[in-house]
Design a protein around this ligand. Sequence first.
Ligand SMILES: Nc1ncnc2c1ncn2[C@@H]1O[C@H](COP(=O)(O)OP(=O)(O)OP(=O)(O)O)[C@@H](O)[C@H]1O
Ligand SMILES: [Mg+2]
Length: 272
Amino acid sequence: MTDDFPEPAPLSSHGPARVIALCNQKGGVGKTTTSVNVAAAMAEYGRKVLLVDFDPQGAASAGLGINGEALDRTVYNLLMESGASTREVIVETKVPGLDLLPANIDLSAAEVQLVGEVARESALSRALRPVLDDYDAILVDCQPSLGLLTVNALVAAHGVIIPLAAEYFAMRGVKLLVDTIAKVQDRLNPRLTIDAIVPTLYDGRTLHAQEVVERVREAFGDRVTETQISRTVKFPDATIAAEPITTFAPTHPGAEAYRRLARELVARGVAA
Ligand SMILES: Nc1ncnc2c1ncn2[C@@H]1O[C@H](COP(=O)(O)OP(=O)(O)OP(=O)(O)O)[C@@H](O)[C@H]1O
Ligand SMILES: [Mg+2]
């Protein structure tokens, strides 16, 4: 066991970005919380980070204080309109070094509208291409589904991070997700790898949570991160405050856990 992970060395130049999709078709497992807070922690370490909100609910946008419903143009326009400029849709957040590609409910139509398009699986990949050199990391917060939008995220990505709630039925569904990732890798994106499985919503007071994480580690070996994210009410509090926990409660153990996860991801070579 490593005691801790070193603080990432400063970068002298930026880009090209590694694209990482945060996926799990199970709802409420910490995809958005992990996307927002890993992105904020990496930005704290001097990385230039783009967070792509790829869920029509717009939770990642809201979590960074940006109301997608008030915006005319979002990631949806980039998927559907050739000629739309990615840089013009990206917005800055209050966290220095962290930008957002916002979403709103418009995105719910894309799943159906993309079906008739040529190269429907690579619409997000096309949209991100013009900004790859601007960032060190691009994180894509997926919706809880394995539909065409998630396939677009997997085609655009170099790697996948799977947040996995430390709860009884956590393993159910992960096989389907792993099979979907393998299919995308085989048919559409040979470079795709599973970068990390992150135990979330961990309640260390229960034997049950410890058993679940043990079983996850048995099943997935060293793909499971050493860092696990404990359950604490500070996360919903930060969501309501529309801030990452790293700025809302910078010294809280929850903020430190996501910084440690960011350091672990850099140490694993998942991020620059
Ligand atoms: N470690 C944690 N401790 C306590 N609450 C948490 C933690 N992580 C996330 N939450 C809360 O659990 C809820 C679901 O988390 P989150 O939105 O990150 O999951 P999600 O996988 O993105 O959900 P969805 O599938 O709906 O997109 C939120 O209210 C969030 O604030
Ligand atoms: Mg979410």
